[in-house]
Write a protein that binds this ligand. Sequence first.
Ligand code: GDP
Length: 195
Amino acid sequence: MSGPLQLTFVTSAVDAKTLPNSPAEVAVVGRSNVGKSSLINALANHKQLARVSKTPGRTQLINLFSMPNGSTLVDLPGYGYAEAPVAVVAKWQALLKQYMAGRQTLRRAFVLIDTRHGVKDVDEEILTLLDKSAVTFQVVMTKADKVNAATREANIAQVQAALKKHPAAYPEIVLTSSEKGEGIESLRAIIAGLE
Ligand code: GDP
């Protein structure tokens, strides 16, 4: 049992140029509203560490959290909000590219996928970008409590099939519910193991 991740908020940044370096880091990415803030809060067992968004697509900041051993969790802004203007999407992709390019100490990116929806086209773009950047990524499926068993199984299969096409994908998926706590302990252990 690894217990809650001891995440301490360090700083927010508007772009990746000014981010402090750390000996090891993991990044968390996903579509706006996928449940990223809720997941970070659940990992830390802290209700308001990362702000749960009232308006999808509002947060456009990179948030950094440190862990006791000196490694960092990087919370990247949500992408692909349906109503985001093209310019916002382009800005987001530029930010991600800039971030990926400079992170030698990045151990793994966790890509969040909503269990209700599976991998969408916009997620595919990000997965391809991670392949190109040679960043190992692992899919974390969120909001597992929101679907019935049949939809869950179908969408897990859809994600697994999608991952087969991505050389940088770690094959094992983590299924989570921040609401019910499912999978949270497993994900904590994975992150702790990467430190
Ligand atoms: P973000 O935009 O990716 O940071 O997403 P948020 O964490 O703000 O979550 C978006 C919405 O989904 C909020 O209304 C959350 O309460 C809800 N949500 C997030 N995770 C879960 C979950 O595991 N189960 C359920 N039922 N709702 C969730």
